[in-house]
Design a protein around this ligand. Structure first.
Ligand code: PXG
Length: 463
């Protein structure tokens, strides 16, 4: 019998959830008081909840369902693989067909000489791999003191001890004595919030040059790598000024620092190319992948490394690996997902048709009195909420207005997230023009309702 088929009514599910289920990034008691929404099914870009509501998913789950929900081919690929070989490891002189085929395919898709894959189960553990991998690389090259990794404030690189340490989220560092030693931070290229009177171009250069200053401060012979998302996702879809990445690339080359591009969100079409590194024009030595690799249908992640890095690593035994590194079912599902992305030309459609249309609509929200800037790259976008666009002012209690907007979105059956006072979307790449219209209509309605409340609460004045 399928115990999930006949589930109890919503209130009972919520009660069981509150009694036994601890949610990620959640204040449990507050959630119990409110009761979580129970998602029961999904198709395309649409979610359905236990009350029968239809919700447009502006976040592709958690930035991951790139090909949209309800693709039977992925379920069938999983079932086939489960029947054939549900599990085997790749540790002790063995391998299997799905891991071989997926590694080969990723080497083909990844830019430049990124030709070697180390598998993980998600983005956090892949970044843990990266910490050990780049440090091992330098140790093997006879420079064991090169163990410092430079990251950025407000970056997100995961929730494991390594991932959260690499990330620049102070709220995460505050729990569990993080970061681990050997991680240094520079500021993010967030011109809207931190650019002051400088132009975006000058600010981009200034923030990139913080990397050079930090390398000099730490000592060039102590720095192993710089890690960054091509476009920050969880930090609020922060699109860096055009001047930023070329300067970062120059500095990494000048000091022979490995560049790790965390492509967990940007990878697999999100920015309109296979990888965000291509969109921002960089040549990383390592890229972190997860999420869109399987369109979230099954957990899988990994690190794709260059010939240069792999060449050194291959000279030793890398004492690292997870039970589920290269899990055959996950690899089979990922392969099927990549086949669909490629054969249905989903990324071409994003680049040439749907993303340009979404850009037009999204930038149209600039006429709304709550909106300061609208940023978009491919299918990831954000708006900054402000009481005064001209001065780029922040609301007095950061996050309050963001929450008001997010709650209105929730009520209007659109998933659009808030990060502080930025609203973000990252819809499935398969979203159609008609669905973009629905998304924008609901977003605008939610902004209108939020604006009324903001005025009523005295959080800003008209005009
Ligand atoms: N790197 C990046 C850039 C990510 O966005 C991870 C690593 C970690 O991946 P896993 O698979 O271990 O979760 C992520 C994940 C949010 C949110 O609130 C974003 C992520 C995860 C959870 C919440 O936007 N990104």
């Amino acid at each position: 019998m399928n115990i999930l088929a006949n589930y109890p009514p919503t209130a009972e599910l919520q009660e069981m959830d509150a009694a036994h289920h601890l949610h990620p990034f959640t204040h449990a008691n507050e959630l119990s008081d409110k009761g979580p929404r129970v998602i029961t099914a999904a198709n395309g870009v649409w979610l359905k909840d236990s009350e029968g509501e239809e919700i447009i998913d502006g976040m592709a789950g958690l930035w991951c369902v790139n090909i949209g929900y309800g693709r039977d081919e992925l379920a069938e690929a999983a079932a086939r693989q489960m029947k054939e070989l549900p599990y085997y490891n790749t540790f002790f002189q063995t391998t299997h067909v799905p891991a071989i085929m997926l590694a080969q395919k990723l080497a083909e898709l990844a830019p430049g000489d990124l030709n070697h894959v180390f598998f993980a189960s998600g983005g956090s553990d892949a970044n843990d791999t990266n910490i050990r991998l780049v440090r091992t690389y330098w140790a093997e090259k006879g420079q064991p003191d090169r163990d410092v990794i430079i990251s950025r404030w407000n970056a997100y690189h995961g929730s494991t001890i390594g991932g959260a340490s690499l990330g620049g989220m102070k709220g995460m560092h505050g729990q569990g004595s993080l970061p681990i030693p050997g991680i240094e931070f520079i500021d993010q290229p967030n011109w809207w919030a931190e650019g002051g009177d400088t132009t975006p171009e000058a600010f981009g250069l200034e923030r990139a040059q913080q990397l050079e200053a930090k390398i000099k401060e730490v000592g060039p012979d102590k720095v192993a790598a710089f890690i960054a998302e091509p476009i920050q996702g969880a930090g609020g879809v922060i699109v860096p000024p055009e001047t930023y990445w070329p300067e970062i690339q120059r500095i990494c080359k000048a000091y022979d620092i490995l560049l790790i591009a965390d492509e967990v969100i940007c990878g697999f079409g999100r920015t309109g190319n296979w990888f965000g590194s291509q969109t921002v024009g960089i040549e990383p030595d390592v890229i972190t992948i997860a999420k869109g690799l399987s369109s979230g249908y099954i957990p899988i992640g990994g690190s794709i490394v260059s010939d240069k890095v792999a060449g050194v690593l291959r000279e030793t035994e890398f004492n690292h690996g997870y039970t589920y590194s290269g899990h055959p079912v996950a690899c089979a599902v990922a392969l099927e997902n990549l086949r669909i992305l490629e054969e249905e030309k989903i990324i071409d459609t994003v680049r040439d048709v749907t993303a340009p249309y979404l850009r037009e609509q999204w930038e149209g929200l600039m006429d709304h009195p709550l909106v300061g800037e609208a940023k978009i790259v491919g299918m990831m976008a954000s708006i900054a909420l402000t009481p005064d666009r001209a001065t780029r002012a922040a609301f007095p209690d950061p996050g309050t207005v963001g929450f008001i907007c997010r709650d209105r979105c929730f009520a209007n059956n659109i998933i659009m997230r808030s990060v502080g006072d930025r609203l973000i979307i990252s819809p499935p790449l398969t979203i159609s023009i008609e669905e973009i219209d629905i998304l924008i209509t609901r977003a605008r309605k939610s902004l209108d309702e939020a604006y009324e409340q903001v005025l009523a609460d005295g959080l800003m004045k008209t005009g």
